[in-house]
Design a protein around this ligand. Sequence first.
Ligand SMILES: *Cc1c(COP(=O)(O)O)cnc(C)c1O
Length: 495
Amino acid sequence: MYYVSTRNKMLEFTPAQAISQGLSREGGLFLPASLPKLPGHALENLKDMSYQQRAVYIMGMYLTHFTTAELTAYAAKAYGPEKFDAKEVVPVRKVDENTYCLELWHGPTCAFKDLALQMLPHLLTASMRKTYDNRTVCILVATSGDTGKAAMEGFRDVDQTKILVFYPKDGVSEVQALQMKTQEGDNVGVCSVVGNFDDAQTGVKTLFSDEELREDLNEENTFLSSANSINWGRVLPQIVYYVSAYCDLLKAGSIQQGDPINICVPTGNFGNILAAYYAREMGVPIGKLICASNSNNVLTDFLKTGTYDRNRPFYNTVSPSMDILISSNLERLLYSLSEGDDAKVAGYMAELNEKGTYTIDDKMMEKLQKVFAAGCTSEEETKATIGKLWKEHQYLIDTHTAVAFHVLEQYRAETGDQTPAVVASTASPFKFCDAVLQAIGVEDRAEGPALLDQLAEVTGVPTPRPLAGLRDKEVRFDGWVNKEQMKAVVKGFAK
Ligand SMILES: *Cc1c(COP(=O)(O)O)cnc(C)c1O
């Protein structure tokens, strides 16, 4: 299988080239030239496999230059019991008669990004070997909170790699900031940036296309790569859990082979829901993909009207990992919807860059609406949803997952569609203690790490192990910079 860029499909890349390079030179994103299809009995067979085996099978369909033995070794390391505190890795929990929750936060940093970022270091270092690259890769990450921590946990002390994370100074939760400031490992660096997530992300993107920086690092035998969800190695492991969720529902007898399910995903950069789209394209019987946004509802408008318009106010919300105005991975969807019209995709992206807006054509819009539904929630609705699930089902969810539950409810009320639905639960509620405590009616709230104990005491739900240890960790990274200083930070770090 070969990979192409969304903005130029003339050049072909091996999976290893696509993963080690991360982003195509002309700014496009890599994706498979054509998507593989699951053979007829695949889901029946996968049903009886472990999560690790499912991962080897699905990823193997996309990584044709990797051996089964290689992928088996990576899956064992990435998704083993030292890393995930659930033996199913990604358990599917029944919430009510036709609503299920896919708990994606049982990994080392308690967010769904662990599923991809525990795997990516293996894929990336193997890709470098396969492309005979003996340089050091310096991973640059812009994070709205969860990616940075998950990426550092994945890459810490991995040979031939360094990782530097930028996060918006006032755009992450206390627990998230603490998780990053206390990160261990000899090859890691963390720095906060004045501004919001888009400032940090734009800053990082600019560095990637900085020729002078590239040459400078080259002299140190170092090159820049990304662990943001623009890297194909991030998207691929996420496809696995949507296939896996279907298999688990089959296995539990909740659905029969061929029955459709809907999937509702709290969305920011469009990586997670894009993986669900790929699972659907592979042949998993998925009806609608429901895209859930918070007050930063640029995607809701796009999916309803066909016009993407980033010229709008930016809100800091209680679901900070979705506070995004430019959803990078949407570009991959545009490529599929336009049936691989690279020039058209490049045109839309140029318009986005120049005017902040573009409108897709009618044919693409028709296809888009066949598959996707969308909705958004206010801060009050998000909190009310946490309170409601806790009260009615004794099920504690985080602020991002709550956005999805609320949008699913809206969707059902509007359409009457009662297809069984799987909600992607993207983070542990313990990452967002303050907002969650407030949502379940606790007025008098603690501060800092004591919030974790308070949430555990009030609810009787135990604090996840990786977060319980935070208070005793030494703060290693406390600095902040302006956007203009990011380049200097990278130069200093990479040497
Ligand atoms: C990153 C993140 C999201 C958004 O996922 P995308 O792939 O960027 O759409 C949602 N929830 C949480 C908790 C996250 O960390």
